[in-house]
Design a protein around this ligand. Structure first.
Ligand code: ATR
Length: 324
């Protein structure tokens, strides 16, 4: 698989990464393959960026990733995050230096490693200056437990201020045909600071996989049931857009997920998508996107087909954590 730089300080990873969040059941578990088998298969196929977070599954996601990569640590660009907690369904940021120092030890223990390759602030804490948070994160780079720093869902100026304290290798934001917010202001700041964009939910949390047609396709405990994009009339409107993307894919002879990821891989500046899946067959489709280069007219057709997504991309109790 093509290897792409992440940031300007020597970090690099396979063009398609793997987002592990879904492995601890956030989108339901029906038909899931063994997560360790899945992660090892991803590595076999050339994936190297494996993305988790302290908050996923209350720590269980990091444990699961740690167990899966045991014995293959040097093949992995291991990314995790700190600074976001979920209490009673409400998200809260904590970017205090004390929290950074506390969090790293837990992540290292759960991932069973002595260093994190890419350590993100999961959400910006509005009560702590970003310089203070990044200063504390940078101390862990000096200590050797962290190699590169990242931020998630930040405003362009936050990235600029952070990068003035320490190089920022990556900004992780939601980015897909269904969510094009990073194109508005972030691109320029990425260019100025040398940070790369890592795209989470690159399949629009499943819409672009092409098999969500009815609200009942979502399990009772699926987090997406709480997201406005997947509720009421929005569901029907967004399913219609996904169908249009699917038709373009079918006409061109590709899987819609492969096309949606190839669209991202063709963006400039370069983007590293981290699709999540619980299934080996979907993993193979997603990885195959790295081999697909789409002509400009298909890019344009996909963008037109996906235009007009209805509803917010998070529940209201999560929206105020996004700087965007
Ligand atoms: P996130 O980053 O939040 O995990 P995403 O990568 O945009 O979101 O989408 C993840 C969703 O897309 C999951 O529900 C996943 O379902 P499976 O676990 O059943 O695979 C779905 N998905 C991932 N790859 C897919 C593919 N190739 N075809 C269809 N659905 C896919």
């Amino acid at each position: 698989m093509e290897v792409r730089p992440i940031g300007s300080q020597g970090l690099a990873a396979g063009a398609v990464g793997f987002g592990a969040m879904g492995l601890t059941g956030v989108y339901g578990t029906a038909g899931s393959d063994d997560p360790a088998v899945l992660i090892n298969q991803a590595l076999d196929l050339g994936v190297s960026l494996i993305d988790t977070a302290e908050s996923y599954g209350g720590g269980e996601n990091e444990r699961l990733v740690g167990r899966a990569i045991a014995g293959r640590r040097d093949e992995v660009v291991l990314a995790t995050k700190f600074g976001l907690t979920f209490r009673n369904g409400v998200a809260a940021a904590d970017g205090s230096p004390e929290n950074a120092t506390r969090a790293i030890d837990g992540s290292l223990a759960r991932l069973d490693t002595d260093h994190i390759d890419l350590w993100y602030l999961h959400r910006v804490d509005p009560d702590i200056a970003i310089e203070e948070t990044v200063g504390a994160m940078a101390e862990l780079v000096t200590a050797g437990t962290v190699r590169h720093l990242g931020l998630s869902e930040v405003a362009p100026d936050t990235l600029r201020r952070a990068a003035a304290v320490h190089p920022i290798a990556a900004v992780q934001s939601e980015y897909s045909l269904f969510c094009r917010e990073p194109e508005i202001g972030l691109s320029r700041a990425l260019d100025e600071t040398g940070a790369s964009l890592v795209a989470y939910s690159p399949l629009g949390r499943g819409w672009l996989g092409g098999n969500l047609t009815r609200p009942d396709d979502l399990a009772e405990d699926d987090f997406r049931r709480f997201i406005p994009q997947f509720q009421g009339e929005n569901f029907g409107q967004n399913a219609a857009l996904a169908r249009r993307v699917g038709e373009i894919a079918e006409h061109a002879g590709f899987h819609p997920a492969q096309m949606a990821l190839a669209w991202l891989l063709g963006r400039q500046p370069a983007v590293t998508p981290i699709p999540g899946t619980t299934k080996l067959r979907n993993l193979a489709v997603n990885v195959a996107a790295a081999e697909l280069s789409l002509p400009a007219d298909i890019h344009a057709a996909l963008e037109e087909a996906a235009d007009g997504v209805a509803g917010e991309r998070y529940p209201s109790t999560f929206m105020n954590q996004l700087e965007g």
